[in-house]
Write a protein that binds this ligand. Structure first.
Ligand code: SF4
Length: 289
């Protein structure tokens, strides 16, 4: 289901320094997400989204952005992609993200986009423009196996398309890489799976992979996830219950060994394991003096 809502504000300031993506602002054009990943944390009760598939479109988002952006004194990185995917299928028709990027390009703000969709390639022209300031595009790839992704990320384009997008963005000179997170215990936490992602990103020409070896589990999100495990991986929810109980943080099996093998392989292939962050011109000049 899709419905229109009117938002009061759009750009939220990120209060704490963000060491992962260097974000200063965050914005959501949609509420809910058509990608329907079985592990999606947005189903947690604290976010107040009863049904992730019930997508609300912020119809006044571009007007709000037009008003709010010129008032921001600090030209910090604007982030997309928390709690919904800004390139979910609806975006192909609505072009809200494209409109937002046009406004951002006009005002010279840097951006970081996190997505699971190669629809981001539609906006290459704008990303090229924004990358004169700073544009980074991270594609989430939790497995290089298209068939497995079809079970755990059923509404998103397959990882082969995401890796191809990393390739095209990189060839166009736009900073691009992958987020390897979550790594689902008993499903994606094999060395073969992790290295499969590393090699796929390397072949595509991606600059970085940021990884976290495990997942989070809580209330409604956990319930939904276990239901999907029963559907696709019979018997597995029982193993999760025994291993993780009520714990929020569910580490992958052999997380430390996996992380160490991941880092070794990335270092051998020259892939960064942190995202190169935006540095305002003043900071760069200061370093050079
Ligand atoms: S793409 Fe992200 S926000 Fe959308 S369902 Fe998947 S995990 Fe959730």
């Amino acid at each position: 289901m899709v419905r229109a809502i009117s938002a009061k504000t759009l750009l939220a300031s990120v209060r704490q320094p963000d060491p992962w993506f260097g974000l200063k602002y965050n914005m959501n054009l949609y509420r809910g997400c058509q990608h329907g990943c079985i592990y999606c944390d947005t189903r947690s009760e604290c976010y107040g989204i009863d049904d992730l598939d019930d997508v609300a479109v912020k119809i006044n988002a571009l007007q709000l952005l037009q008003q709010e952006l010129p008032r921001k004194r600090v030209k910090g990185v604007i982030g997309y992609g928390s709690m919904n995917d800004c390139y979910q299928p609806l975006e192909a028709e609505l072009c809200l993200m494209r409109g937002a990027l046009e406004i951002i390009a006009r005002h010279g703000f840097p951006v970081h986009i996190l997505t699971k969709s190669d629809l981001v390639l539609r906006d290459l022209d704008l990303l090229r423009q924004i990358s004169r300031t700073y544009a980074a595009v991270s594609l989430t790839v939790t497995t290089a196996d298209d068939a497995l992704a079809g079970k755990v990320e059923p509404g998103a384009p397959p990882p082969s398309a995401r890796l191809a997008a990393i390739g095209q963005l990189s060839r166009e000179g736009i900073l691009s890489g992958a987020m390897l997170m979550p790594v689902l215990p008993f499903i994606e936490d094999s060395l073969e799976n992790v290295l499969g992602v590393v090699h796929g990103v390397h072949r595509a020409g991606g600059r970085y992979i940021v990884a976290a070896f495990g997942m989070t589990l809580r209330d409604r999100q956990r319930e939904y996830y276990y239901g999907q495990l029963d559907r696709w991986f019979p018997g597995l929810s029982q193993r999760y219950r025994q291993r993780y109980g009520e714990r929020y943080s569910a580490a992958a099996n052999g997380a430390h060994q996996l992380e160490s093998a991941f880092r070794d392989e990335c270092s051998r292939l020259g892939i960064a394991t942190r995202m190169p962050l935006y540095e305002p011109l003043a900071a760069v000049q200061h370093r050079l003096l």
